[in-house]
Design a protein around this ligand. Sequence first.
Ligand SMILES: Cc1ncc(COP(=O)(O)O)c(C=O)c1O
Length: 381
Amino acid sequence: MNSPALARYEATLAGLARKSRLRALSPQQGVDFTSNDYLGLANAPRLKAAIAAAIESGVPAGAGGSRLLRGNHAEHEALETEAAAFFGSEKALYFGSGFSANVALFSSLPQRGDLIVHDALIHASAHDGISASKAQSVSVSHNHVESFDRAIREWRRNGGKGHPWIAVESLYSMDGDKAPVFELADLADRHDGFLVVDEAHASGVLGPGGRGIAFGLENRGNVLMLHTCGKALGVSGALLGLPTVLADYLVNRARNFIYSTAPSPLMAAGVREALRMIVDAPERRTELEKLKNFASERLHSLLGVRPSGSQILPVMIGDNARSLRIADRMHAEGFDVRAIRPPTVPEGTARLRISITLNVDEDQIADMIQRLAVAIEKDRP
Ligand SMILES: Cc1ncc(COP(=O)(O)O)c(C=O)c1O
């Protein structure tokens, strides 16, 4: 279509293409080295059977309304009760996605006069919530506790009277490294503040029994956690773990909780089963740990990649176009390896984000890394 009103969008897309930053949807293809289905639950027969059984027993596909109106189903409430017990929080609140939960939390809880101090690498959804918040915000150096402390002290010196909110991910989605959550919780205590830990990539996988890296901090009363349900839990949605008063506040104030149709009760039934599987099948975590160690060792010996310590293993490339070419070559060889480019990661740090899941075995990992080493070598600048 040739309309002047559309030309500006075409120009933007052409600009993205020139910088090798254009995105397009592509079908699922090749061996999975990119999904967040870390424990292979998304396709697990037991999980699908639980959803089928929920359908059989009359659980509806759609909630039919907001949680505050007709959409509040017994499956949502049962999930929230079980999730609070599992993750150890006073209360849990189920959202349709982690993105929505982060927006709700950051746009509603920090008040005017508060300060949000967030890690420089925090997820886009936290950024969107922070932009909508009435609190001030500041970004600090990645995983540097002293920088969080300095930012809060400076804000107090300049007359900051409210409460500081420290915002981090327990396991960083594009780097695979962990935040010093216990030190940060102490810092939040010292400054009469809150700590928000986004456990998106740790829930179900890391911490005691897969309960997250920050497990044990929830009873302090000032630590909030986000557990997404679409990654290791294999379903969709997200659970915020938080003190009851803050959950009640969100139910009254978070616009995207109030003015949105509740998540499908079938998904809530699925997440309930996923939590039971996390408890009943610890061997999945053991197997993932084994595969992660195997991949880390191979990536280190063949490509000199420093192990991140987790199942997310970035292979740094730097240049956008080169990352894309290498990913394309891997696709052509039957491996789903994705190039992650700005603005998802900082400028000049394009990478291949290798994600290890139970959807692969050691032979596939060895084969993929061997071919990746060749692809990188063939595309030397
Ligand atoms: C750290 C982090 N937080 C939140 C989200 C959003 O979760 P969801 O995919 O459930 O919207 C993601 C997913 O990309 C994430 O990586």
